[in-house]
Design a protein around this ligand. Structure first.
Ligand code: NAD
Length: 496
């Protein structure tokens, strides 16, 4: 393992070792790389309990959530990419007009970018990094990974899983806080894949802009769930509650706002409150990862209450440094103008607002600076499809919420201040590779039509081609242009 702890220059050393290992790795066939990484899947599964215990110890999530949210999706990620990467990286031929460009063959290749910096948050400290590390390595890159300072042991365990599978130094680990992340962005890396808060994402974007290297940013969310009058009430209540409370609400795609149609609002709210009151602390809902996070959650709920919101279940008084526990909380709100409805809360709080119509709900859902995922709960598929098109979100789920990050073939991305990153799906390869277009010319002609010298015949060729290609020109005009083109081509062939 290639590891550094804090400070600027150790980071540079790890990056240098990764770069040194990368070229030979990229020279292997894709299939050879996939075979080297394939055992990772069983290693993840075999060490499921250890991974779950480590994550639970660092961030407090219930063991079953670690198994469902960190272990199984990670094994699926390895399975998906090792099975499909060869086909996805296959060079693709390009359509070339044989008349305009005779005897030319062009192919797009996808090359590794080089060294990929992967900077990650603490909320899914194993599954999130692996979503990028696995395809990045398979595409021929080296990776330098910086876990969150809140989850250094999960980060180290993740890297340990690769022991003996990769060339020395190819996967580097740097541990530390923001200064180490900053040093990594400033080091000799070719792309930064970042997941975290908007504030840090901005810093990463600036750092990458200074170096003119690309970055991928997956940032915060304020996801809305829209519950329509014809929804299956039981399913909607169960699903929205899970979407809000899973991982104690510390999920970028948590339900952080519910817009429910008036006619079922009371029944839905009552059902959600009943279910929320039954959630067992530590079994279904763990503590928050840090006391700082709890303080944000408590402030949002307190401010909303002061602004007229009603706490229907849960809520907690007491000082902001009152440990890490916060109970599952359901709040009825009228206004969207509070922090609880505008900023990322990242806690086990479900604010419910009543709307007059689906259109009203979409307008309010879209009036956010974030745009990660959104869900629509309805039995009307046609209406759901229309609303899905209107919602400003990178992922829209109908009658479900927020779990699709676990599907390796599905893209995960956002709008607005959620950033422009894409993880998951073949589209993620756009971040992790760069295209190289190779053109082979099999022409035996001594010269091309468009090469020197520039003559009146060449001008006539170009002019008649422009007329011929324009669908706005009449038939008569185009036939005339065709004759002029043939004449000019013959003249050109004779050296004119
Ligand atoms: P954070 O922004 O505080 O930290 C994220 C990472 O960036 C950490 O590793 C941190 O050490 C590092 N960092 C801090 N300063 C840096 C700098 N100047 N340069 C480079 N790196 C730096 O975020 P967090 O609190 O760890 O995570 C929670 C946030 O992550 C939430 O906003 C959540 O919505 C977001 N998130 C988004 C997604 C998504 O897919 N969109 C997924 C998970 C989490």
């Amino acid at each position: 393992m290639n590891e550094a702890n804090a400070g600027g220059s150790p980071v540079n050393d790890v990056v240098a070792r990764a770069r040194a290992a990368q070229r030979a790795w990229a020279d292997l066939t894709v299939d050879a790389r996939a075979r080297r990484l394939a055992p990772l899947k069983d290693r993840v599964l075999d060490r499921a309990q250890a991974i779950a215990a480590c994550v639970q110890g660092e961030v407090g999530k219930p063991e079953v959530e670690a198994l469902l949210g960190e272990v199984l999706p990670s094994a699926d990620v390895v399975q998906y990419w090792t099975s499909h990467v060869e086909e996805l990286l296959e060079p693709t031929p390009v359509d070339i007009d044989r008349l305009a460009y005779p005897a030319k063959e062009g192919t797009i290749h996808r090359d590794a970018r080089g060294v990929v910096a992967v900077i990650m948050p603490w909320n899914f400290p194993v599954a999130l990094p692996l979503r990028t590390i696995v395809p990045a390595l398979l595409a021929g890159n080296a990776v330098v990974f910086k876990p969150s300072e809140v989850t250094p042991r999960s980060g180290a365990l993740l890297v340990e899983l690769f022991d003996g599978l990769l060339p020395e130094g190819l996967l580097g680990l740097v541990q530390g806080a923001g200064d180490v992340g900053g040093a990594l962005c400033a080091a000799d890396v070719d792309v930064v894949v970042f997941t975290g808060s908007v504030a840090t994402g901005r810093k990463v974007a600036h750092a990458c802009a200074d170096r003119l290297i690309p970055c991928s940013l997956e940032l915060g969310g304020k996801d809305a769930a829209i519950v329509l009058a014809d929804a299956d009430l039981e399913r909607a209540a169960n699903g929205v509650l899970w979407g809000a409370m899973m991982n104690a609400g510390q999920n970028c795609a948590s339900v952080e706002r519910v817009y429910v149609e008036k006619s079922i609002a009371d029944a839905f709210t009552q059902k959600v409150c009943e279910l929320a009151a039954k959630l067992r602390p530590g079994i279904e809902v763990g503590p928050l990862a840090t006391s700082a996070q709890r303080a944000i959650v408590a402030r949002h709920v307190r401010d909303a209450k002061a602004g007229g919101a009603r706490i229907l279940t849960g809520g907690a008084d007491g000082p902001d440094d009152a440990g890490r526990e916060y109970p599952p909380t359901v709040v009825r709100v009228d206004s969207d103008e509070t922090a609880l409805m505008r900023e990322e809360t990242f806690g086990p709080v479900l604010p419910i607002a009543v709307v007059e119509s689906a259109e009203d709900a979409v307008a309010r859902a879209n009036a956010s600076r974030y745009g990660l995922t959104a869900s629509v709960w309805t039995r009307n598929r046609k209406k759901a499809a229309r609303l899905a098109r209107e919602l400003r979100a990178g992922v829209v789920t109908i009658n479900n919420h927020g779990f699709t990050g676990a599907i390796p073939a599905a893209p995960w991305s956002g709008h607005g201040e959620t950033g422009w990153g894409i993880t998951g799906s073949p589209l993620a390869l756009d971040v992790l590779t760069r295209p190289r277009f190779v053109l082979v010319d099999r022409s035996r002609a001594k010269s091309e039509l468009w090469w020197y010298p520039y003559t009146p015949a060449l001008t006539a060729v170009a002019t008649s081609m422009a007329i011929l290609r324009s669908s706005a020109r009449g038939l008569f005009e185009r036939v005339g242009a065709l004759f002029r083109l043939v004449g000019a081509m013959m003249k050109r062939a004779r050296g004119g």
